[in-house]
Design a protein around this ligand. Structure first.
Ligand SMILES: [Zn+2]
Length: 319
């Protein structure tokens, strides 16, 4: 399998406010240092190209992009934690801005579209291993460590070229409130998410079953909220249901928002899935026979991330 990697080693946020306390921010480059080793040994790396910012404007208005740039520039003497949430256009206190936030988010956008182009060229599965993540970013609000919604930009970009239906399967532990809201009225991009119930977990505001899309897109948004501590036994039938829905829509491309925080050893997520579960997820994804663009989201435990990637992508290795 081909992969793109852009870990933005220069971008290391240190703080966030969680439950009213200042704590260490886990969205740091080292979370993927073992995943990258595995990928470089077993898969084919492709180099990243630059893209015009116009493609970001498919999802985020120009004023929002410029606003993030300004916030980053202002943070040159330290790290800025949002104070006036709506004015800052940041949804929560877990999403700081450093001097390099904007540059890192732009690089992640380059990496994602490089992956999208590779998929379009060869109709093969591609993995975009990058950070900061994207699925909590709405069109005009950052949040949950996310600034630009990489998976959503990829979906819009691919759709602009192929004009055929695309599905997004969000497997991160947390509901992708940003991606859902971006496509809530768009019948061409189907959003399907399996996640920890928003009654119990971040992002709290969305991810309920009755959120099904609106207007022409009514019936194209699917949420599968699950309780914490579930094992493969409970996860598997839900994943099967999600994949059945995706197959019925006959998408030309599947984008997987990939969060390793569903692994049992991840301290930000509360499912009990082990390496073997990731192996089975990989087998099921290969079996639906649609070219997949994997776009990295969460996953905060270095070892768990390695075990997840190594098992998930085992069947994608070149034989
Ligand atoms: Zn997550």
């Amino acid at each position: 399998m081909k992969f793109v990697s852009q870990l933005n080693e220069f971008y290391v946020p240190t703080l966030e406010i969680d439950h009213g306390k200042i704590v260490k921010n886990p969205e740091i480059p080292s979370r993927f240092e073992k995943v990258i080793e595995y990928m470089e040994t077993n898969h084919e790396k492709i180099s990243i190209k630059d893209y015009p910012l116009n493609y970001i404007y498919f999802v985020h208005p120009k004023w929002y992009v410029e606003h993030l740039k300004k916030l980053s520039e202002k943070a040159k003497d330290g790290e800025y934690l949002p104070e006036v949430f709506l004015k800052d256009r940041i949804l929560d206190s877990g999403t700081p801005i450093t001097f390099s936030t904007f540059d890192a988010a732009i690089n992640a956008f380059y990496a994602t579209l490089t992956g999208a182009d590779e998929l379009l060229k060869n109709k093969e599965h591609v993995y975009v291993l990058t950070r900061p993540p994207g699925h909590h970013a709405t069109s005009n609000l950052a949040g949950g460590y996310c600034y630009f919604n990489n998976a959503a930009i990829a979906a819009k970009y691919i759709f602009s070229i192929i004009k055929e239906r695309i599905c997004i399967l969000d497997l991160d532990f947390h509901h992708g409130n940003g991606t859902q809201s971006i496509f809530y009225e768009d019948p061409n991009i189907i959003y399907v998410s399996i996640h920890g119930s928003p009654e119990l977990y971040f992002p709290w505001i969305s991810g309920f079953e009755d959120e099904i899309g609106t207007g022409k897109a009514s019936g194209t948004n699917f949420n599968f909220p699950l309780k914490g501590n579930i094992t493969w036994k409970e996860y598997e039938p839900t994943l099967d249901k999600a994949l059945e829905i995706i197959s019925k829509f006959l998408p030309s491309v599947l984008i997987v928002s990939l969060g390793y925080d569903i692994h049992s050893d991840d301290h930000m997520g509360y499912f009990n899935l082990d390496g073997n579960a990731f192996k089975k997820i990989g087998e099921k994804l290969i079996a639906i026979n649609i070219p997949i663009l994997f776009v990295q989201e969460g996953g905060y435990n270095k070892e768990a991330n390695f075990e997840a990637a190594n098992n998930l992508f085992k069947n994608f290795e070149r034989r």
